[in-house]
Design a protein around this ligand. Structure first.
Ligand code: AMP
Ligand code: ZN
Length: 466
């Protein structure tokens, strides 16, 4: 069966192929780096990763762009409160996001783009929208006039034709339901950082960032635009309004949206305080692969309830897979190749592919894998599995792991690099100079626990590994 996705734009399952050639042009909305991402956010990012991997397994190449939103109200507020520049403030959370993504084995997009590196292009797009009559200005801020875009609502399937108030909300987080016009450019408030551009001093709204960067790198019509379900409205609706008003072309052919990670039936979110970061979970002793497995195991269009029980089941499932792989690699099977088992392996492969072709139905794909493992384990116990079957079974596991990527155990926390040790030593020397001997001792002990021995000599500190 052929690959198909549920398209939010048409509310139907549609066969997917890129518009041109074999390359899929895809844009996904990335994180706003004002804090650590929680594993709810990562459910959406794991969905992007599965999507990438399955598109590639289906024979396509990828041209995938993801943004990092490194300017918004919260970032400005927090950076100002900490007396930091926006760049210094967001660098920490951008790096944390990249580190967490790596732990979760997320493939990176071909291009990761930062909003603050594209301000002139955003200003130019706003200027063009103004020339075309889609905007108006109030107190230095520029707004998009929804009344000029009659198709507004076509993605979220909201009917905006009624007589609405048209109230504007000066926020780039979530506009109110009845706020039709949205901000493209925000005039700076007293003391806020701003850019000087051809549309005046200020900073871009969140929506225009994605439209401009997507079109700049991927062209006027994308094959796929994806994000979390909460972005459908208003963010993606607004992206469509801006982009299509700019180009006169459909902005994206397929719109894919991932459902939430829930806690007790409610969205995991910063504001409800019911969230865990990846770090929280690793500290409790759960390896990153279990989080990856848990978040991947439920199809992306279904809500997924997070529990620690669920994490334990994920660990058990991974154990079963690894034990099976070990058995295949180490056990001596009788010579020959069992033809019926060969057919069974082929069928498992077909079931696995059909499930993922069906809008990434990961639950069914996993069911196909585990049923196959159960049956072939039984065959092995009964002496029916033959040596010639091994390579086919391993190849099937390889296909599984090219998407799920959980077989390889996480590397043990690597010991500190030389540069990190030098940094710690410099910190200790600094503490000693400041007569903070408690801190200096703590650093020595911390290094000792990592197997690093310090030696104070007249020429300075020397160190070696135990
Ligand atoms: P943000 O950094 O807040 O812009 O969010 C980054 C991404 O995470 C967006 O695509 C959101 O839709 C998504 N997201 C936020 N909370 C959740 C959740 N509980 N489950 C799944 N995705 C989420
Ligand atoms: Zn976006």
């Amino acid at each position: 069966m052929s690959l198909r996705f549920f398209n939010t734009l048409t509310l139907s399952l549609q066969p997917f192929a890129p518009a041109e050639g074999r390359t899929v042009r895809m844009y996904t909305c990335g994180p706003t780096v004002y804090d650590f991402a929680h594993i709810g956010n990562f459910r959406t990012f794991i969905f992007f990763d599965l999507l990438r991997r399955w598109l590639r397994a289906s024979g396509y190449e990828l041209s995938h762009v993801m943004n990092i939103t490194d300017v918004d109200d919260k970032i400005i507020r927090n950076a100002m409160a900490q007396q930091k520049s926006m760049a210094d403030y967001t660098a920490v959370y951008t790096q944390a996001f990249l580190d967490d993504s790596k732990m979760l084995r997320l493939e990176s997009a071909e291009k990761l783009v930062r909003a603050t590196e594209h301000i002139p292009e955003m200003a130019a797009a706003i200027e063009t929208l103004t020339e075309k009559g889609f905007t108006y200005e109030t107190d230095g801020s520029i707004y998009f006039r929804i009344a000029k875009f009659p198709e507004y609502g076509k993605l979220s399937h909201n009917d905006f034709s009624g007589n609405r108030s048209g109230a504007r909300v000066d926020s780039d987080t979530y506009e109110k339901d009845d706020a039709r016009d949205f901000v493209l450019w925000k005039a700076p408030k007293e003391g806020e950082p701003f850019w000087d551009t051809k549309v005046g001093p200020g900073r871009p709204g969140w929506h225009i960032e994605c439209s401009v960067m997507a079109i700049e790198y991927l062209g006027e019509t994308l094959d796929i635009h994806a994000g979390g379900v909460d972005l459908t409205f208003p963010h993606h609706e607004n992206e469509i309004a801006q982009s299509e008003s700019l180009t006169g072309k459909p902005f994206a052919r397929f719109w894919l949206h991932a459902e939430f990670l829930l806690v007790d039936g409610q969205k995991m979110s910063k504001s409800l305080g019911n969230f865990y970061t990846l770090r929280d979970i690793l500290e409790r002793g759960h390896p990153a692969e279990t989080v990856r497995y848990l978040l991947a195991a439920v199809p992306y269009r279904k809500g997924l309830n997070f529990t620690f029980e669920g994490l334990k089941s994920a660990a058990t499932a991974i154990d079963r897979l690894r034990n099976y792989e070990l058995r295949l690699k180490t056990e001596k099977f009788p010579p020959g190749t069992d033809a019926a088992l060969l057919g069974r392996t082929e069928r498992a492969g077909t079931e696995f592919r059909d499930a993922l072709d069906d809008d990434l139905n990961t639950a069914e794909a996993l069911a196909a894998v585990f049923e196959y493992i159960r049956e072939t384990n039984t065959a092995m116990d009964a002496g029916g599995f033959q040596a010639g079957n091994t390579q086919y079974a391993l190849e099937f596991l390889r296909q599984f792991d090219a998407v799920f990527d959980v077989l390889r155990p996480a590397e043990k926390e690597d010991s500190l690099s030389d540069a990190q040790v030098d940094e710690k030593i410099a910190e200790r020397t600094h503490a000693k100079k400041a007569r903070d001997f408690k801190r200096a001792d703590a650093i020595r002990q911390e290094l000792d626990a990592q197997g690093i021995i310090l030696e104070d000599t007249k020429d300075g500190v020397r160190w070696k590994r135990k």
